[in-house]
Design a protein around this ligand. Structure first.
Ligand code: ADP
Ligand code: ZN
Ligand code: ZN
Length: 806
């Protein structure tokens, strides 16, 4: 047999499969989806087996030299999806395949073999029996090197028959969890008999044995000790008597270990929820693919709909993926899923260690769970009977990956939905303009929930013009209304969420005399002041310097930092409301693992009057006692050089205000702004998404922006400015000659951030409506510069449907 392999050499002329001979010793393990090592030129490289074939058009094939996986890491569906990804995002096939795997698999991980527990040793081949008589655990990489062909073949056969178990270990041995477990060592009849004739001695032992008798599976010793309120010596006595069998097993790490989750029951749905469910479930039953756009105001019970829709999917014996933006993958959110589905859920998010992530991923691959909840990359969960994909907060830009492959999780979800013939549900209180426009056109199925559950009113929104505040002599960062509001809440024992919009609100250092702003010497961007380190940092290249005492330009001493971070707000709060207990949540206070959860728990218990934070607290939080939300600097994002700035402002303000008054107590929102007339602020006051959509679509039409036109951005960068300018020029020329009306090529121009890490950046933007050959033109461009890109500093990145315009 021959293996068709995609090798890990990211270069255009190599972006195809290569044929390799499968040596007889690997015949059983080599299958599509496993990773192998193959000779490639003078070296050995890693590769993915994507298919097998009987023949090859080449005669002398080199053999595969190593096999890394014993179980495939990619399903046939995901291998196919990789092809699609590489075409639609213009990346190498190998890059696409790698993106679908947990990071741990990109590093080396160890595999060991051990005998299955239930095995009858007599059925093993003599050689295998001998191998395991010397040791309990055999290392795969050593075996692979030393064992002869027949032994390897036998082992592979035993693996297939589940007589030999493959264990995978990531990280050091120290982090690998081992536990002692016991199980019955004799038949049920013998056990029953033993119990009946036990007599009056060793009552504790009898109790433990009785428990194990009724509990049919293996049980962790420490748990058994805890349940039977006994000691491990009692268990050991039973082992010594030959009634129990003890062994040590590897335990998959459970990031939620030690946490117990209650069990919640499905709630009786409101009529709006019921209608939405009926539409979605019709497709679940019919096994057809459609994409639904569920627009439901904050607190309308979208999450409950997700939970019950998943329940229906599970009942059909299928699996579900739920995507949640990283930032709202809060413990509260995770808990809601854990409480409904218990151990049937795997959670994938960046707060987990590599090993934990790998374990969660393995639970999916090994079909131990049926629900995956996670951030963007969880869309690649290797399920084989996918029955539904849900994308919560579908408008979030974090669903777009900003490095290769530059995919949008929504597109991948729809591709998988088509493959598995299952519904995709996009949910949001403020859908993206793109999605809402598609729903208007009937491309997506529109679903709506306009009311909050239990007739709870939407919070009343109060807009404060900060210019007026200043005119009337209030120079603090809090308006009088907001201070009064917070005071009242403290008196009533209610809580406040205070949101500081950090984006676009830089904490830069500026000279008050000459206006000089301290910039990064390598990037054309101002440095950010960090109080905890007393330094100025570049967020693009990591450059750091001390805060200067005098202005580098005019030597004035009036140089200080502008803007306000959460720390500054906290200090100001202490001045105006010294009695308030403030819980601050930002990057600094949540660095340590578990800190995030601790702070939120503290707030939930009422250990704080005010929760102060940035984007981190904007979403997903549901605290019944929060009746006031204050938004500082609501408009800072409006003026970013990005055509989505207004849309993002509306979305963010709506999300944040949705944290108020979600239960019995009425909610109020105070929005502080310097731009109170702006339509994004005016319309969020009335929670009027539809008017906002209509108004914003006019702006997009006028500017010929998405969703009226598609965008592609080509960015060229290099250490030499001349080369950047010339290359971008040539690319723009090439495209202008080929594209048809009404497509336009804008630029070339310097990128909004013209230099990062001493590399100059120029770009051109393509706006088009229908340009069927665009992908092939873009591929041509990449091939033209392929050699230059491998040999010099030049890079060309192409972003189709960009979300980062900077
Ligand atoms: P959303 O995700 O749309 O913001 P949630 O699903 O968080 O809304 O629901 C808001 C609140 O209403 C939650 O506390 C939830 O437990 C509750 N809730 C949702 N559906 C129902 C229902 N059918 N009956 C009673 N309470 C519900
Ligand atoms: Zn100066
Ligand atoms: Zn820099």
């Amino acid at each position: 047999m021959i293996a068709n392999v995609i090798v890990d050499v990211p270069a255009q002329q190599i972006d195809r499969t290569f044929d390799y001979e499968i040596p007889p010793r690997f015949e059983q393990v080599v299958q599509p989806g496993v990773r192998v090592a193959v000779p490639f030129g003078p070296r050995k490289v890693q590769g993915f087996v994507v298919s097998l074939s009987e023949t090859s058009q080449f005669d002398r094939l080199k053999p595969i030299s190593d096999v890394f996986d014993i179980k495939p890491v990619l399903t046939s569906e995901l291998l196919e999806l990789g092809d699609w990804l590489s075409v639609t995002t213009l990346c190498f096939k190998v890059t696409a395949l790698q993106a679908m795997l947990p990071a741990a698999l990109r590093a080396k991980y160890e595999k060991t073999l051990s005998l299955s527990d239930s095995i009858d040793k007599e059925t093993l081949s003599p050689e295998v029996r001998q191998l395991f008589s010397r040791q309990n655990v055999v290392r795969w990489d050593e075996l692979q090197k030393s064992a002869h062909e027949q032994l390897l073949k036998d082992i592979q056969r035993h693996i297939k028959n589940h007589q030999i178990v493959v264990n995978e270990h990531v990280g050091s041995k120290a982090t690998m969890k081992k536990v002692r477990v016991v199980e019955k060592a004799v038949s049920d009849e013998t056990l029953k008999e033993t119990l009946e004739n036990w007599g009056n001695t060793a009552k504790k032992q009898r109790e433990v044995l009785e428990y194990v008798f009724h509990y049919s599976e293996v049980i962790v010793v420490s748990e058994l000790v805890r349940i039977c309120e006994t000691s491990s010596s009692v268990v050991k006595a039973l082992v010594d008597k030959g009634l129990l069998h003890e062994k040590v097993v590897e335990q998959k790490r459970d990031p939620f270990e030690g946490r117990s989750f209650g069990q919640t029951e499905p709630m009786a749905l409101t009529s709006e929820q019921q209608q939405v469910m009926t539409s979605i479930l019709r497709d679940v039953q019919k096994e057809t693919h459609r994409t639904f756009l569920l627009r439901g105001v904050t607190g309308s019970g979208k999450t409950e709909v997700y939970l019950q829709a998943i329940e229906a999917v599970l009942q059909k014996g299928k699996e579900a993926i739920v995507l949640v933006p990283e930032i709202s993958l809060t413990p509260q959110m995770v808990t809601r899923f854990k409480e409904r589905f218990g151990s049937d859920v795997a959670v994938l998010h960046s707060g987990l260690s590599q090993g934990e992530k790998f374990d969660e991923w393995r639970k999916i691959r090994d079909q131990e769970v049926n629900v995956a909840v996670g951030a963007r990359s969880a869309i690649f969960a290797p399920f084989t009977r996918l029955g539904m994909v849900i994308i919560d907060e579908e408008h979030e830009t974090s669903y777009k990956q900003e490095e290769m492959p530059r995919y949008h999780a929504r597109d991948v979800a729809i591709a998988r939905g088509k493959y598995h013939k299952c519904p995709v549900v996009l949910g949001s209180a403020t859908p993206s303009l793109e999605s809402y426009a598609r729903a208007q056109k009937g491309v997506y199925e529109s679903l709506e929930m306009a009311e909050r559950v239990n007739n709870i009113a939407m919070p009343s929104v109060h807009i404060v013009d900060m210019r007026e505040e200043l005119r009337s002599g209030n120079r603090s960062m809090f308006s009088n209304d907001l201070i009064e509001g917070m005071k009242t809440r403290i008196e009533r024992g209610e809580q406040t969420v205070l949101f500081l919009n950090r984006r676009g609100y830089s904490t830069f250092v500026m000279c008050r005399d000459c206006g000089h702003v301290v910039q990064c010497p390598h990037c054309d961007i101002s440095l950010t002041y960090h109080r905890s380190t007393g330094s100025l940092d570049c967020h693009y290249c990591g450059y750091r310097e001390r805060v200067p005492n005098t202005c580098p330009s005019c030597e004035s001493e009036a140089i200080r930092f502008f803007g306000s971070g959460t720390q500054k707000v906290e200090e100001a709060l202490n001045d105006v409301l010294p009695e308030a207990r403030v819980i601050r949540m930002d990057v600094d206070t949540t660095k340590r693992k578990g800190a995030h959860e601790k702070l939120l728990n503290a707030f939930g218990r009422g250990d704080g009057d005010i929760l102060l934070g940035t984007q981190m607290i904007a979403k997903g939080l549901d605290f019944p006692n929060v009746t006031l939300v204050g938004i500082l600097a609501a408009d800072t994002m409006l003026h970013l050089p990005d055509f989505r700035a207004t849309e993002r402002t509306f979305q963010l303000l709506t999300q944040v205000s949705g944290r108020a008054g979600r239960h019995e107590k009425e909610g109020e929102v105070v929005v502080q702004t310097y731009d109170p007339e702006h339509y994004s602020i005016q319309l969020m006051q009335n929670h009027d998404f539809v008017s906002f959509f209509q108004r914003e679509m006019l702006t997009r039409k006028r500017g010929q922006y998405p969703p009226y036109m598609f965008l592609t951005v080509i960015t060229v960068s290099d250490t030499e400015l001349m080369k950047v300018a010339q290359t971008t020029d040539r690319i723009a020329q090439f495209l202008k000659e080929r594209l048809q009306e009404p497509s336009v090529v804008l630029g070339p121009v310097a990128s909004p951030i013209p230099r990062i890490n001493d590399r100059y950046r120029h770009q051109c933007v393509i706006k088009y409506k229908h340009e069927p050959k665009l992908t092939s033109f873009l591929q041509d461009i990449l091939s033209m510069y392929q050699t230059e890109m491998t040999r010099t500093d030049l890079t060309i990145t192409i972003d189709q449907n960009p979300y980062m315009m900077m």
